[in-house]
Design a protein around this ligand. Structure first.
Ligand code: TRP
Length: 413
């Protein structure tokens, strides 16, 4: 008996070099899942253009992204690996989903708020006075405006009494009061967003999670292997599916995250998530020398000042990385040496460099081969596009029919 394999969808940004956090947190799982599931994987270039980017560099990044996941062991014959913008149904479904997505849900997305705030922060950090001054003036003006608006709101809010009967002439007073309150709250909301740097962010960045929901639901994928930082986006994906289904009929599944074995990989700064933009990573294609060089200044147990101080492996990010890359026996030995103060941090890092290098060597080799044969990468993503497209076209037909749009809706005339 052949049972139909369950479908998996995931995406990765073509944002420069893929690092060991991406690999351990997601791509390794992607590869494993191709043995047990029907897997659809996507290089999300439509997502990449929601922040400032260089159109001359994007094609290289997109290609490098596909090459990197293939180098990590992803076989394009065993899954559908493709580039998002090559299947235009992703953006079409996004528009249709926009019509059932509440604004309020999108404003709650922490990734959007973070990215939007970062833009304001960047303006404040610029050394040229112009942008910085403008940002400061804007902030001041918004602050003053907010203060006035809140003052106005005060009296009106006190006046509104939801349990009062409001009969006869009172009814007119209520109508005016409610309209005034609503206007003022609208103005507060608008200014609050400007204050957070949201006014400068693009609608595309705001809509990012809806595009992500469209990615997943276009293939009706019930399973999505991503890091826990994406949980909020998957929540939105479930909300969109639910709202769509309620209005237009049961078409989409409730998507769930597949957790990787490793929850969150902390960067070499020992503080934040490993991330390209924080420069706290080791790239999957880094050479042994590069790995060593990156590890040297990496953060360790802060309580260990001298080599023979007893260390605390469980509080050390280097040990956390050993647990990912070194054998259990090696880890046990390292933990003992560290806590007894017999193994120095430098030596511990050197052993880690060797372990990481052992993991990455075959990936580097495959990357080199692919780099010499770019047509293999192109053929891989073309094969993936064909498979993805077949499903996407089918789902869109169903969706347009359910929503009463598209040429087919007029077939009866
Ligand atoms: N937002 C995801 C990330 O930054 C990338 C992504 C886009 C994605 N579309 C997706 C992940 C669909 C899973 C499913 O990691």
């Amino acid at each position: 008996m052949t049972t139909k394999k369950e479908r998996v969808f995931s995406g990765i940004q073509p944002s420069g070099d893929i690092h060991i956090g991406n690999y351990m947190g997601a791509i390794k799982k992607w590869v494993e899942l191709t043995d047990t599931h029907e897997c659809i994987y996507c290089i999300v270039d439509d997502h990449a253009i929601t922040v400032d980017y260089d159109p001359a560099l994007l094609p290289q990044r997109t290609f490098d992204g596909a090459l990197a996941v293939m180098a990590c062991g992803l076989d394009p014959e065993k899954c559908a690996l493709f580039v998002q913008s090559h299947v235009p149904e992703h953006t079409e479904l996004t528009w249709l989903f926009n019509t059932v997505t509440p604004l309020g849900s999108l404003f709650r997305m922490t990734q959007f708020k973070d990215k939007a705030r970062n833009a304001l922060q960047r303006a404040l950090n610029t050394r040229q006075g112009g942008a910085r001054k403008t940002a400061l003036f804007q902030l001041k003006n918004i602050g003053l405006k907010m203060r006035d608006l809140m003052g106005d709101l005060h009296a009106d809010v006190d006046e509104l009494n939801p349990t009062s009967p409001y009969k006869g002439e009172q009814e007119l007073v209520l109508t005016e009061l409610v309209a005034r309150l609503n206007d003022r709250m609208g103005a507060v909301m608008q200014h609050l967003q400007v204050g957070l740097g949201v006014a400068e962010a693009s609608v595309g960045l705001f809509d990012y999670p809806v595009l992500q929901a469209a990615d997943i639901l276009l293939y009706k994928a019930p399973w999505v292997p991503v890091g826990e930082d994406q949980e909020q986006h998957l929540e939105l994906c479930r909300e969109v599916a639910e709202r769509f289904n309620r209005k237009f009929g049961d078409i989409f599944p409730a998507t769930q995250r597949i957790r990787g074995e490793t929850a969150k990989i902390i960067g070499l700064d020992g503080k934040q998530k490993m991330s390209k933009s924080l420069n706290n990573t080791i790239g999957i294609l880094d050479s042994y020398e590069e790995i060593e060089r990156r590890l040297k200044p990496a953060y360790t147990d802060p309580r260990r000042l001298r080599r023979d101080d007893p260390g605390h492996p469980e509080d050390c990010n280097i040990f956390a990385l050993h647990k990912l890359f070194s054998s259990p026996e090696a880890c046990a030995e390292i933990a003992e040496g560290c806590s007894q103060g017999t193994l120095g941090c430098l030596e511990c890092k050197q052993r880690l460099a060797v372990s990481i290098d052992t993991h990455l060597a075959p990936i580097r080799d495959r990357a080199e081969t692919l780099r010499a044969n770019p047509s293999r990468v192109i053929a891989g993503i073309e094969h993936g596009r064909e498979q993805a497209s077949r499903i996407a076209v089918e789902t869109m037909r169903e969706v347009r029919d359910a929503m009463g749009i598209g040429k087919n809706a007029l077939a009866k005339f």
